[in-house]
Design a protein around this ligand. Structure first.
Ligand SMILES: [Zn+2]
Length: 456
């Protein structure tokens, strides 16, 4: 009887409190958007202090860690009653990319509700996830949930520019964040035209491998064309690289991803092309056909090159002796940087053009996280049950995250697709970044189910 009563009380509490999760997450998200953590310069301590205040008010132990007082990381831990298993780590970075106010229709740092959406820099990347993780942690504490493992919440600084936050933590405080597995950004849910909901769990990511092309020639008067004009050599090199087919290479994640989505009506056209991708003699042509229909899928098949910056010349009538281009290269994780650069040299095939590395983020290439951990299996179940017609697929993101540093340490890291891509588009890093309260609420409830199933 007592057991039955307890069960009844528990389920009543569940029914009553669930809406509160969404309300809490929304409240936290608006507060977090209002704390401007544009990186550079970051000032992420603002968010770390806020999180500390919420955690402390709810009796959750936490600390601020880091080398730079203005860029501290936040780590909280909810201890498991029995530590039968190693911890579960929840991650969400505290910085955001810059927002050009002139290009927004709402103040990017006001968290304003407009046309049914919460607007703000970080509304998608990554303060919505942070708000959801915080809400789940606070709720677990309120309920006095009996956890079979510790749950750690990490909000690290500088994910968007240099990953100095996660790097510092790994070097100086790794035991504080060490876990069996982690939930992070990078996943996404989307609805196909056929009505199937696809939950993409990010298990792997492409690796930023930025490159500088420097063409050198002899300076001279613009009235006398020269064959060694640096601008011309640079332009040719860019064109050769942009036109060249980079080799197609699948990995366990992309192979499984393609094998699953091809079953959907929207992607039936892929069926005859998939076997061709596996055959080196037909792979490039098959990938080109895929590119003509879906540029996102193409980017999943090979290393990609986007020329983004150009620099040359001071005056229209002076031939410059040097011209420079920067390329945003996203490498497949199963190719090395050296392999890619050697291939680029071959493609450019011009001794006047030097290929070098741009400074900045240098994430490690790692194996995809396993699809057989209890956390992956739990996510698969929760997501499939959340929608009548859905599939769950492992996914390699084009964008990089701090997850790669933890994968390199042997941790299984998953980009958790609790939020839907609204209106078929992502506004992360774009103008008018926003999320609907309904999306946020569904997301935090999904996160709650995953975390409780993994830790109770
Ligand atoms: Zn992010």
């Amino acid at each position: 009887m007592r057991v039955a009563m307890t069960l009844l009380i528990c389920s009543l509490a569940t029914a009553q409190r669930m809406p509160e999760l969404g309300v809490k997450a929304r409240h936290y998200l608006v507060d977090l958007i209002r704390l401007d953590t544009t990186n550079p310069p970051g000032n992420e301590t603002r968010v770390a202090e806020y999180l500390k205040q919420v955690a402390s008010a709810n009796g959750i132990g936490c600390e601020l860690l880091g080398a730079d007082p203005s860029r501290l990381n936040f780590v909280a831990r909810l201890p498991g009653a029995e530590q039968r298993s190693r911890p579960l780590l929840l991650i969400a970075h505290s910085d955001v990319v810059p927002a050009d106010r002139a290009q927004w229709t709402a103040d990017p740092f006001a968290g304003q509700l407009k046309h049914g959406y919460i607007y703000g820099r970080g509304a998608q990347d990554d303060k919505s996830l942070l708000a959801a993780e915080l809400a789940v942690l606070v709720e677990l504490k309120h309920r006095g949930a009996k956890l079979n493992r510790d749950i750690i919440l990490l909000s690290e600084s500088d994910e968007e520019a240099g990953s100095s936050g996660i790097s510092w933590l790994i070097q100086n405080a790794y035991p504080k964040i060490d876990a069996e597995f982690a939930l992070n950004e990078g996943g996404a849910g989307l609805d196909t035209r056929g009505g199937t909901r696809v939950f993409q769990i990010q298990t792997s990511e492409k690796v930023p491998s930025r490159v500088i092309l420097t063409a050198r020639g002899v300076a001279g008067h613009g009235s006398l064309p020269r064959p060694d004009n640096a601008v011309v050599h640079l332009a040719r090199a860019i064109e050769r690289l942009a036109d060249a087919d980079q080799p197609v290479r699948l990995n366990t994640t992309t192979r499984r991803y393609l094998g699953e989505i091809v079953k959907l009506a929207d992607y039936r056209w892929l069926a005859p092309l998939l076997p061709k991708l596996e055959d080196p003699s037909t792979a490039a042509a098959a990938a080109d056909e895929i590119r003509s229909k879906d540029v996102e899928l193409n980017a999943m098949l090979r290393t990609s090159i986007s020329p983004t910056m150009l620099e040359a010349g001071l005056k229209i009538n002076v031939i410059p002796n040097v011209a420079l281009a920067k390329l945003d290269v996203r490498r497949l994780p199963n190719e090395t940087r050296e392999e890619v650069e050697a291939r680029f040299r071959e493609i450019v095939n011009d001794p006047a053009v030097e290929i070098s590395r741009e400074q900045g983020q240098d994430m490690p290439a790692t194996e995809p996280s396993s699809l057989t951990t209890s956390l992956y299996v739990t996510m698969d179940k929760v997501f499939r049950e959340s929608h009548p017609e859905s599939i769950v697929v492992p996914y390699m993101s084009r964008g990089a995250t701090d997850g790669s540093y933890l994968r390199q340490k042997g941790m299984a890291v998953y980009g958790v697709p609790i939020f839907m891509r609204e209106g078929g588009e992502s506004r992360a890093h774009g103008n008018d970044e926003r999320i609907s309260p309904a999306n946020l609420t569904r997301g935090v409830e999904l996160l709650w189910k995953i975390v409780t199933a993994a830790a109770e």
